[in-house]
Write a protein that binds this ligand. Sequence first.
Ligand code: SF4
Length: 404
Amino acid sequence: MTALPEEGPQGGLSLYVHVPFCQTKCPYCDFNTYQGIEALMAPYLDALTTEIRLWGETLGRPPVVTVFFGGGTPSYIPPEQVARVLERVSHSFDLAPSAEVTLEANPGDVTGPALERWQRAGVNRLSIGVQSLDDSLLALLGRRHTSAGAAAAYGLAVASGLENVNLDLMYGLPAQTLDQWRATLEGVLDLSPAHLSLYALTLEEGTPLARWVEDGGVPEPDPDLAADMYCLAREMLGGSGYDHYEISNWSVPGRRCRHNMAYWRNGQYLGVGPGAHSCLWGHRFWNVRPPRAYMDRLRQWEEVGAARVERLDEEALRRAGPVDGVEAIGPSLAMSETMFLGLRLLDGMSIGGFQSRFGRDPLVLYGPQVRELTGLGLLEHRDGLLRLTDRGCLLANQVFVRFL
Ligand code: SF4
C-alpha cells in the first residue's frame, strides 16, 4: 500500500511564503502576524531568503509550480523585497515559467507603481482582502480601507493588466444583515473578479472581537443567518456564471487557485517563514512561530549549512533550522486526509484516483461512513466520484469528522 508519497514531489512543489507583518492588527485575526515590528522587516527578509536557499540546497532544487505570498500582509513589504524573494526562489528552485505566483494585498497598498513592480517581479495573481463593501462593517472589523478604496484597488489591478484577481469576503459578521450581504455580493459582481473566496467569520479565542462579544459590547454572530448568507452567495454567484469549485471558493472558468488546489488534493507543499507549515515526503512539519526565534534559528542553520538529502526523514527535518515540530504521515492518516480534503472540492473525489494512489477502494475502506452520509443526504456517489450534496456543503464539518 502507498501512503502519502514518500518520494519527492512529482509534478512540482507548491511554495508558501509567510509575511508576518501587518500595519495594524485586525481585532478578529489570530494569524501569526504582528503590528509594530517593522524594525524586523529587513533582517526578517534576510532570514527568509536564507531559508529558501537552504531548502533549495537540502531538497536538490526541485520544481516549483506555485508560489503564494500570504500572511500577514505581503503587500506591506516593499515591492523590491517581493522581487528579491522571487529571485531567490528561482535560483534555489526550478521555478516553472508558467508558475502561478499570488500575492495577498490590502486594498490601501494597491497602487499603480506597486502593481507595476509586483508584476515585473513575477507576481501574476493578486488576492485582495476586501472583506465587505459595507463601511460600518469594515470599521467593526478594524480594516484600514473603505468600500470605495477596495473597489478602486480592484480597478487599478485590472487596469494594470492583471487578469487573475481574487477578492476575499467575510460573512456571518456581528450585526450583519442579509440585505447588507446581498449588497456586498451585488457590488463585487459588478466588479466581475476572476475569483472569489468567501469565509464565514469564526470568533477566535483570545482575539479582541471574541472578548467584545463575550462582554456583550458586540452582538454574537448568528450561525443560522450565516448559513442563509452562504446559500444566498451560492445562488447569486452561480446565477452569474461563477463555478463553485470548493466549499468557500468560486471562479470564472480557468481561474481556480492552483496553489490551494494542491492543498485540497493533499499534494506536497513547502512553507517558509515563521509558523509556516509544510507537507512533504510523507511528513508534516512546521516552523517556529515567533519571528525573532525564527531569525535566530536561521542564523544557526546557516552556520551549520545545508546538506543535500536523498530522503527527507524525521532526522533530516529536525536538523533543518527553523523546524519546530514534525509529524510522520502514515497510510491511514494520509488516506483520511485525502478523503476530507478532496471532498472540499465540489467536483468530488475520484474513487479511481484514490485507488491508484493508495491501493484501496474508499467505498470499502470507508463503507460505513459513506453509507451513513449518503443516507443522510450529505454525500452522493455518482460517475466514479464521491461528492458533497448541496446540504452536505452546509454541514461539511459533520461530513469531514467521519473520516478522521
Ligand atoms: S490584515 Fe489580515 S493578516 Fe493582518 S491582522 Fe488583518 S486579517 Fe490578520
